[in-house]
Design a binder for this molecule. Structure first.
Ligand code: KG4
Ligand code: ZN
Length: 340
C-alpha cells in the first residue's frame, strides 16, 4: 500500500510517501523568510505553500519512484494550524483524492506528532507516556493504543516553543528562538541564578507565562533598556532552558510514578532540544523505560508523520469525506481527560 502524506499547517510545506510500511520520501520546504519579520506571517505562509506544493509533490513522487496513479491513500493535515496554510495542503489533497478516486484521510497534526516516534527504528511500546512540545502545544498524554489517547495535562497559557520564541525575542535572538536559546545555553554550564517553575492546580498541567515574566523582570532589573550584553546572554538562556526542562521533567516523573507505561516518547519541534533530551534520558534510565525521541527530521513539522498517522487510521477503517473542513485549534476536549 502506498500512502501519500501532506503537511502545511504552519511554515513548512512537506510531502511524504510511505510504501509498504517504508518511508521512501519526506521532502520538507521550510519558509525561512519569516525570520525577517520575527515570527510567522500567516498570509505570506499561505502564499508560499501555494507556490511550492505542486513542485514538491512531483519531486516526492520522483524520489519515491512512483506515478500518482500508484497512490492508494491520501492523508493531509486538517488542523490545528494557520487556517490559510492548512487550506492549501488540505485542498490539494482532497482535489487529488477526487481526481484519482482514492480515499482521503484527514489527519490531526498533533496526532501526527504523537506517533512520530514510530518513524524511528526503535518504536514506542503501548502504553507509553507521550509529551508533545511544539510551537503551539504542550501536552502530557498516556497513549494506550493507536486509537486511545488520554490527556493528563496541557499548558494553561503559553506553549513550550512559544515560551522559547518569546524569551529569544527578549534577548534579541530572532525567530525561531528555540535553537538559538539552546546554542547559547550550551555556553553556560552553571548560572548563579535561577527562574521559578510555576505550580498549577492540576499537577500535570504546565504554565510558562510566569517564567517568561520572570525573565523579563530579571532583564528590566539588571540591564538598561532590559538589554543584556552578549556575555551575559548564555547564562540567562541556560537558566530559562533549565526551568523549562524542570517543568517538563517533574510532570513527566509524576506521571511515571502514577501510571504504568512501557515507554516514554517526547515529540514535536521542541523535542529537538538537547537539554530536554538529556533530562528525559535520565528519567527513562531511573524508571527503566525505553525512551523514543524522533530524529531532527521528524521533530519539526513533516509529512512523514502525517502519512504514518493517515496509514494507521486507514488501516483501522477511517476514511474522511471530501467536505472535511480545516480547523485552526484543537477542540477543548479532543483527547479524553483522565478522571482526577
Ligand atoms: O512542532 P513545530 O515544528 O511546529 C509546531 O507545530 O508548532 O515546533 C516549532 C517550535 C518553535 O517554537 C521552535 O522555536 C521550537 O519548536 N524549537 C526548539 C528547538 N528547535 C525548535 N525549541 C527548543 N530547542 C530547540 N532545539
Ligand atoms: Zn507541529
Amino acid at each position: 500500500m502506498i500512502v501519500l502524506g501532506i503537511e502545511s499547517s504552519c511554515d513548512e510545506t512537506s510531502v511524504a510517501v510511505i510504501s509498504d510500511g517504508k518511508l521512501v520520501a519526506n521532502l520538507i520546504a521550510s519558509q525561512d523568510f519569516h525570520a525577517n519579520y520575527g515570527g510567522v506571517i500567516p498570509e505570506l505562509s499561505s502564499r508560499a505553500h501555494l507556490q511550492i506544493i505542486t513542485p514538491l509533490f512531483k519531486q516526492a513522487l520522483e524520489k519515491a519512484q512512483i506515478t500518482k496513479d500508484a497512490i492508494d491513500v491520501i492523508a493531509a493535515t486538517a488542523g490545528p494550524g494557520l487556517i490559510g496554510a492548512l487550506l492549501v495542503g488540505l485542498t490539494f489533497a482532497k482535489g487529488l483524492a477526487y481526481s484519482l478516486s482514492k480515499p482521503f484521510v484527514a489527519v490531526n497534526h498533533i496526532e501526527g506528532h504523537i506517533f512520530s516516534g514510530f518513524l524511528m527504528e526503535e518504536k514506542p511500546q503501548f502504553p507509553f507516556l507521550g509529551l508533545v512540545v511544539s510551537g503551539g502545544h504542550t501536552l502530557l498524554l498516556i497513549v494506550k493504543s493507536e486509537l486511545e489517547i488520554i490527556r493528563l495535562g496541557t499548558t494553561i497559557d503559553d506553549a513550550t516553543g512559544e515560551a522559547f520564541d518569546k524569551v529569544a525575542k527578549m534577548l534579541g535572538l530572532g525567530y525561531p528562538g528555540g535553537p538559538k536559546i539552546q546554542a547559547l545555553a550550551e555556553k553556560c554550564s552553571k548560572p548563579d541564578f535561577s527562574f521559578p517553575v510555576a505550580r498549577t492546580k492540576n499537577e500535570y498541567d504546565f504554565s510558562f507565562s510566569g517564567l517568561k515574566t520572570s525573565v523579563l523582570r530579571f532583564l528590566q532589573t539588571n540591564y538598561e533598556n532590559a538589554l543584556p550584553p552578549e556575555e551575559d546572554k548564555p547564562c540567562i538562556a541556560r537558566a530559562f532552558q533549565d526551568a523549562v526542562v524542570k517543568a517538563l521533567a517533574t510532570r513527566a516523573e509524576k506521571a511515571l510514578k502514577n501510571h504504568d507505561v512501557k515507554s516514554i516518547s517526547v515529540v514535536g519541534g521542541v523535542a529537538a532540544n538537547l537539554g530536554i533530551k538529556s533530562a528525559f534520558e535520565n528519567l527513562a534510565k531511573k524508571y527503566g523505560k525505553t525512551l523514543v525521541m524522533p530524529s531532527l527530521e521528524f521533530c519539526g513539522d513533516n509529512a512523514a508523520m502525517i502519512a504514518l498517522r493517515g496509514k494507521q487510521l486507514f488501516e483501522r477503517g477511517v476514511v474522511s469525506p471530501l467536505n472535511f473542513n480545516a480547523f485552526p485549534a484543537l477542540p477543548e476536549n479532543y483527547f479524553r481527560k483522565v478522571a482526577e
